[in-house]
Write a protein that binds this ligand. Structure first.
Ligand code: A2P
Length: 278
């Protein structure tokens, strides 16, 4: 079952194959209750970000779950508009305090540019962020470091400047939106792709091909979409605030036949005009 499986990052660190995604889960009771439910149901990987403004509630849920710290894998992210060495260290420490933790499993640069200025050239500043993250990693405060929403040239910028390859790149990835250029680059370079919005924020759940295949496997459209991500060697992070869905998304216990993966490869992206955001 997916919930019991891991990927291995390029530095040897094990990372659970599915994460509980918390983007768009409001802070307070909703974030606390859904994260606590997720951990109780067996999720061992929680994905958050400073920008989601729910780290404190998630931290409380982690504490109250009574699951041993070393059995959990926590991912969080440096805000996209925080560019520079000192601000990276500062924001990292704030995330640690918010989450009530003394180390983070995976810390990511949330985006190569501020969301208010998508596409801006922040190459120099990203190198400073990356150097700070390497220092935190070398001090043992982070077990793995990576990026999010990075394209090939953004990644090469970091690698050429520091000779330190990110362990992961979290991108918007789902059936119909497989971002082939960055996907192929990361696969070739052993950079794990983490698939955010694996259900296309819900927009693929009524797709006919997805539903036909779900019937064939006697399962749900959501599970077909999640299994597709794993078949593509990516780590899905489905978000839900409903307990029965949180549970069901974790219980993916089948593999997809090649012929069905090919059918899914043909599905048109339902969100073609939607801007990138996580
Ligand atoms: P909700 O939070 O109300 O359960 P993504 O992970 O791609 O961002 O998609 C999240 C969206 O999909 C949310 O709107 C969530 O709604 C919905 N969702 C998550 N899991 C399921 C599921 N198993 N069945 C139907 N809808 C789901």
């Amino acid at each position: 079952m997916l919930k019991d499986e891991d990927f291995i990052l390029s530095n040897g660190v094990k990372i659970p194959k599915i994460a509980f995604g918390t983007w768009q889960i409001p802070d307070g009771d909703v974030a606390y209750n859904s994260t606590l439910a997720a951990i109780k149901m067996g999720y061992r990987h929680i994905d958050t970000a400073r920008a989601y403004e729910n780290e404190k509630s998630i931290g409380r849920a982690i504490k109250d779950s009574n699951v041993k710290r070393e059995d959990l894998f926590i991912t969080t992210k440096l805000p996209a508009d925080c560019k520079g060495y000192d601000i990276t260290i500062q924001k990292f420490n704030e995330s640690l305090a918010n989450l009530g933790l003394d180390y983070i499993d995976l810390y990511l640069i949330h985006a190569p540019w501020p969301w208010s200025n998508v596409g801006a050239d922040c190459r120099r500043e990203n190198i400073e962020c990356w150097k700070a993250m390497i220092d935190l990693y070398n001090k043992g405060l982070i077990r793995a470091i990576g990026v999010s929403n990075f394209r090939v040239d953004d990644l090469e910028n970091l690698i050429h400047a520091t000779n330190f390859k990110p362990h992961a790149n979290q991108i918007r990835f789902f059936v119909g939106n497989t971002q082939n250029e960055i996907y192929n680059y990361c696969q070739k370079n052993n950079i794990l792709i983490m698939a955010y919005s694996p259900l296309a924020t819900g927009n693929l759940l009524s797709d006919k091909t997805v539903n036909d295949i779900a019937k064939k496997y006697n399962t749900t459209p959501a599970k077909i979409l999640l299994r597709y991500c794993v078949e593509k060697n990516t780590l899905p992070l489905p978000k839900s605030t409903h307990e029965e869905r949180i549970k069901s998304n974790l219980e993916v216990d089948f593999t997809l036949k090649e012929e069905d993966i090919k059918l899914l490869d043909q599905v048109r992206n339902p969100e073609l005009d939607r801007p990138l955001r996580s």
